[in-house]
Design a protein around this ligand. Structure first.
Ligand code: 5AD
Length: 444
């Protein structure tokens, strides 16, 4: 009987994609997906270590899995991704029943690792950093969405932001050849995908050192000329690598969505310097100004960290005032979490946990109000929506506008995968609701 696997994914979109590739590899070798952990022969946790909380979640989950393992000793448990890369020793100490340890980008050896641990009864380990991204690429990807596909263009990061563990887990930045990226995008379109999301830790620092020597804006421009590719997104650009050329390509190519997710991290130049971000508050605001002056309306979202070492009340106020100044369409915000191998560990001025909590709450309240007001302005507007799922609320369907806003509405299943017009009739801080404008009915 073929073995059943279950993959649980923590963290970022890169991990989501890696999990899709792991599933592709296992299925290619005859394994089938389990719907419930209790029926799985193999459980793989694809992990994140960007914050301590993400790590704790995995240890908690491993604790639960141990109980399963006590009942079924042949259950294979794998811990893969960033956490495995960073703290394999600690995982083996806290969870000695783990059978597989593998870093990021190991989808192509996953079946082999499963077979090896079953054969030898020992832990199968592969923590070698993959230098050549192309050699681990695959077209066997079990994609979760039938219309939108992620495409990795680079991996790792050569910046040294003081808070960030990613250089230790994913290594320095390596880029894929533009030809391979373009080919993958073309193949996806041929399979029926209409939207691609380009992924990289600092996606806009993409630059090919050999071959076509393409820059990120050039790559975007080239991709936008693929026939049938209706939407292109990318995440996440770093402000220090944001160029006018990039903005120009975005404006001139309608396929590139009206959306930029550009992490600011702090509104205080002093803290940005301590974070080693490579830009000031003023420079960030200048980029935002440029984007706002563009002839296309572009939604801007961000990531923010509160309570970085040395962050004073005045620094935090700077972050709040930046929120007011930019009016982000959405924002992810986090309490600073000390991470191994990072420069911030040696910085004085630790902010107490309760104070971090207070700041986070205040910031999120402020941002929620901004989003509420921004979304209110959409009432009565018509948006083009790519219908991509059944809604999880009282509506039938859900989709996204070009600016990445979630739009919920009622309509038949047959609309899935189509671009339709929706008139906005309601809103919340995180989504819009509307009415499908059935053009066939309108014409009658
Ligand atoms: N503590 C808190 N948040 C962090 N991030 C990265 N490292 C840390 C950390 N040590 C946040 C940043 C980044 C997002 C993916 O996670 O805001 O943009």
């Amino acid at each position: 009987m073929s073995k059943k696997y279950l993959i649980e994914t923590f963290g970022c979109q890169m991990n989501d994609l890696d999990s899709e590739k792991i599933a592709g590899n296992l299925q290619r070798h005859g394994m089938v997906s389990a719907t419930d952990p209790s029926e799985a022969d193999i459980i793989i946790l694809n992990t994140c270590s960007v914050r301590e909380k993400a790590v704790q979640k995995v240890y908690a989950r491993l604790g639960e899995i141990k109980r399963q393992k006590n009942i079924r000793q042949d259950l294979v448990v794998g811990v893969v991704g960033c956490m495995a890369q960073l703290e394999s020793d600690s995982i083996l100490k806290k969870a000695p029943y783990v059978n597989i340890l593998a870093g990021p980008q190991k989808s192509q050896v996953m079946t082999e690792l499963v077979e090896r641990t079953i054969r030898t009864g020992e832990v199968a380990v592969d923590l070698r950093m993959e230098e050549d991204l192309e050699s681990v690429e695959t077209s066997y990807v079990m994609r979760q969405n039938r219309w939108r596909a992620s495409v990795m263009i680079s991996e790792g990061c050569s910046r040294r932001c003081a808070f960030c563990v990613v250089p230790s887990t994913r290594g320095r930045e390596r880029v894929r050849p533009s030809e391979a990226i373009i080919r993958e995008a073309e193949e996806l379109v041929a399979k029926g995908y209409v939207e691609i999301v380009l992924l990289g830790q600092t996606v806009n620092s993409y630059r090919e050192r050999t071959g076509n020597r393409m820059s990120f804006p050039q790559l975007l421009e080239r991709l936008s000329r693929i026939e049938g590719l209706k939407r292109i997104r990318f995440t996440s650009p770093h402000p220090a690598d944001f160029t006018d050329e990039l903005l120009e390509v975005m404006i001139s190519r309608p396929q590139i969505c009206n959306q930029i997710h550009m992490p600011v991290q702090s509104g205080s130049t002093r803290i940005l310097r301590a974070m080693r971000r490579g830009y000031t508050r003023e420079r960030y605001l200048e980029i935002i100004d440029r984007i706002r002056q563009a002839p296309r309306e572009v939604a801007i979202s961000t990531d923010i960290i509160v309570g970085f070492p040395g962050e004073t009340e005045a620094d935090f106020e700077d972050t709040l005032s930046l929120l007011d100044a930019v009016q982000f369409d959405s924002a992810f915000s986090f309490k600073y979490s000390p991470r191994p191998n990072t420069a911030a560990l040696n910085l004085p001025g630790e902010v107490p946990e309760e104070e971090k909590g207070r700041r986070l709450e205040k910031l999120q309240e402020r941002q929620k109000l901004i989003q509420y007001n921004k979304n209110a302005a959409y009432l009565g507007r018509r948006l083009e929506v790519l219908v991509d799922d059944r809604a999880r609320n009282r509506f039938d369907l859900t989709g996204r506008a070009s600016d990445n806003r979630i739009v919920n509405f009622d309509g038949p299943e047959s609309l899935m995968g189509k671009f339709i017009q929706v008139e906005i009739t309601g809103f919340g801080p995180n989504s819009l609701k509307g009415v499908w404008i059935n053009s066939a009915a309108v014409k009658q």
